[in-house]
Design a protein around this ligand. Structure first.
Ligand SMILES: *[C@@H]1O[C@H](CO)[C@@H](O)[C@H](O)[C@H]1NC(C)=O
Ligand SMILES: *[C@@H]1O[C@H](CO)[C@@H](O)[C@H](O)[C@H]1NC(C)=O
Ligand SMILES: *[C@@H]1O[C@H](CO)[C@@H](O)[C@H](O)[C@H]1NC(C)=O
Length: 219
């Protein structure tokens, strides 16, 4: 009896949470940037350059949370020095090309949702986040999406900067380094196969934690 209950739950989980994967044509980080730019354009704000160096740093930013959704809710964030000391080197981004972060969104949710749903349901939540989205200081953006150990919870990170498009967040050899797991924007990443944002099954994370920061971040 007990065993059949377990089997029932397992098969229900399987039915409702099919495994799927996101490939390069379907990079959710690129899609999120497209949604952000569409919203800015519709509001007559400038289109932001999708900087792969900044995108890769957004993915590193997520990794700093080690899958702990609750720490997002606690407003815990990595120290500023991590950008130059950890995130940039991990991405092969030249530390001297880092420019100030002019805004950031970080969201974490147990369930994987599409980028436009993530945007409207929890990334942009209130007038404060709209202000960050529409800030005139931004010139470029980078986004990243990552599941933990290939599963729930899913982190979404967007970083904005006011740097120049081809001199900020520059890669050592001029080419985006491949950093996985997870997906980041701007790099034609083959976010697929073993390197994809592998998503399978359902997590049991009951948490939805979203934090917004609009502060200038001096490096
Ligand atoms: C945007 O720029 C203005 C003027 O330089 C500055 O006062 C303001 O703090 C900046 N905002 C952000 C979010 O960086
Ligand atoms: C931008 O996104 C926000 C949040 O989803 C929405 O309320 C607003 O209508 C959008 N603006 C435009 C111009 O589409
Ligand atoms: C900067 O980017 C523009 C447009 O992509 C390009 O035309 C220009 O040559 C670049 N400048 C440098 C110094 O790389």
């Amino acid at each position: 009896m007990a065993i059949s209950s377990v089997l029932l739950v397992c098969s229900l989980l399987f039915v409702f949470c099919p495994a799927f994967a996101v490939d390069s044509k379907n990079n959710p980080a690129d899609k999120l940037v497209a949604v952000i730019n569409a919203n800015r354009t519709a509001g007559k704000f400038t289109v932001l350059f999708d900087n792969p160096g900044l995108g890769c740093i957004a993915l590193q930013y997520i990794k700093g949370y080690e899958g702990q959704c609750s720490e997002v809710g606690d407003m815990k964030k990595p120290p500023d020095s991590d950008f130059a000391d950890k995130f940039a080197p991990n991405c092969g981004v030249l530390a001297q090309t880092l420019t100030p972060i002019t805004g950031r969104f970080l969201g974490c949710q147990s369930k994987y949702v599409s980028p436009d749903k993530a945007f409207s349901s929890f990334i942009i939540q209130n007038s404060e986040s709209l202000k960050i989205l529409h800030d005139k200081n931004h010139t470029e953006v980078g986004a990243a999406v990552s599941g933990t150990d290939g599963g729930s919870p899913y982190f979404w990170c967007v970083l904005f900067s006011n740097g120049k498009r081809n001199s900020s967040f520059a890669f050592e050899n001029g080419q985006a380094k491949s950093v996985h797991p997870g997906c980041f924007s701007g790099n034609n990443d083959e976010c697929s196969a073993s390197t994809r944002l592998a998503i399978s099954g359902c997590g049991i994370w009951p948490l939805l934690a979203v934090v917004f920061f609009g502060v200038l971040y001096v490096l």
